[in-house]
Ligand binder design. Structure first.
Ligand code: TYM
Length: 332
């Protein structure tokens, strides 16, 4: 049986990359599968979070899921910290994963930067918690953007090593689901960097909070090159900013990049950008509006998170019990 799990960090500045790379796919998958979607607050505190902001951002992630179309009656929406089994399994995985494996994680290297000695231990062990998130539900498929691929490979390695070490078939090997025309949305200011919550420039990303005017302004200021758009994908090579905007257009319009280029072949950015602005306002704008409306009603969101946590725990608790038994923990 297939089961879907994914999560988004409540660290503020939710953006178009999170939507196109992940959240939009969450919605599509719920038609056919049992889906569990989490606001990963324990991951968020691997770097400093103001407690009030964290509460607000956790509700905002849940609100974004719902606004985008995740149905809380059908799919499970909850906050990671409210299901203790995640932390319990993460500890066990801290003892399964090898230092050498974590040393290879590019995201840690990027996030820790030059001052590695000063990074939290949590930031280093982050992928082990992520593996626990997935495997504590025995999830088989994980919709994510391209940047999470390496973490998913690690989750598979952990599942495999656990199964081998204990001579069991406790865990499935989870597979990433990376699909759509914008699996890696790049910064609007620099086509070589991914769009991210932590970029110091607000102009680098379109967020769920942006209204028509700010979407228009950010796209107008978005970096491009002087050439008009080509008529085929091959000629986007070496033009990262152009490729990014075409990818965003294609994803929002639910078309391929090639189809978009066929329509806009020869167009200068001065006409492509307004068309992209209209499309982004039409497709993404209402989701942001709905998210703001939901986030303004925290009691409603909290009730959804509470029910979601109960449903999630009902799946995770028997699995963590079984895992503890395999490991040899006494369970009074
Ligand atoms: P996070 O919070 O950084 O991002 C949430 C989701 O958005 C995707 N994403 C992007 N997709 C396309 N273009 C971009 N520029 C872009 N930026 C972000 C991410 O790939 C992700 O799917 N470690 C995860 C959260 C997590 C998780 C999990 C995911 C924790 N436990 C278990 C899946 C399963 C993270 O930091 O995502």
């Amino acid at each position: 049986m297939s089961r879907i799990f994914s999560g988004v960090q409540p660290s503020g500045n939710l953006h178009l990359g999170n939507y196109l790379g992940a959240i939009r796919n969450f919605v599509r998958l719920q038609q056919d599968y049992e889906c569990i979607y989490c606001a990963v607050d324990m991951h968020a505190i691997t770097v400093w979070q103001n407690p009030d902001e964290l509460r607000k951002n956790t509700r905002e992630v849940a609100a974004a899921y719902i606004a985008a179309g995740v149905d809380p009656e059908k799919s499970i929406i909850f906050a990671q910290s409210s299901v203790p089994a995640h932390a319990e399994l993460a500890w066990i995985f801290n003892c399964v994963a090898r230092l050498g494996w974590l040393n290879r994680m590019t995201q840690f290297k990027e996030k820790a930067g030059k001052n590695r000695e000063n990074a939290s231990v949590g930031l280093y062990a982050y992928p082990n918690l992520m593996a626990a998130d997935i495997l504590v539900y025995r999830a088989t498929h994980v919709p994510v953007g391209e940047d999470q691929k390496q973490h998913l490979e690690l989750a598979r390695d952990i599942a495999q090593k656990f199964n081998n070490d204990y001579h069991t078939e406790t865990f499935p090997l989870p597979e990433p689901l990376i699909f759509g025309a914008a699996t890696r949305v790049m910064s609007l200011r620099d086509g070589s960097k991914k769009m991210s919550k932590s970029d110091p420039s607000d102009y680098s990303r379109i967020t769920f909070m942006d209204d028509r005017d700010s979407i228009a302004l950010k796209l107008r200021k978005a970096r491009t090159d002087p050439e008009p758009l080509p008529d085929n994908e091959k000629e986007l090579e070496g033009r990262p900013e152009a490729a990014n905007l075409v990818g965003i257009y294609a994803a929002l319009a639910d078309r391929t990049r090639q189809q978009v280029l066929e329509e806009f072949a020869g167009a200068p950015f001065s006409s492509f950008k307004p068309a992209l602005t209209d499309l982004a306002v039409e497709k993404f704008g209402p989701i942001g509006e709905e998210m703001k409306r939901l986030a303004a009603n925290p009691d409603h969101v909290d009730a959804i998170l509470k029910k979601g946590a109960e449903r999630a725990a009902a799946i995770a608790n028997p699995i963590i019990r079984e895992v503890k038994d395999v490991v040899g923990f006494l369970q009074p």
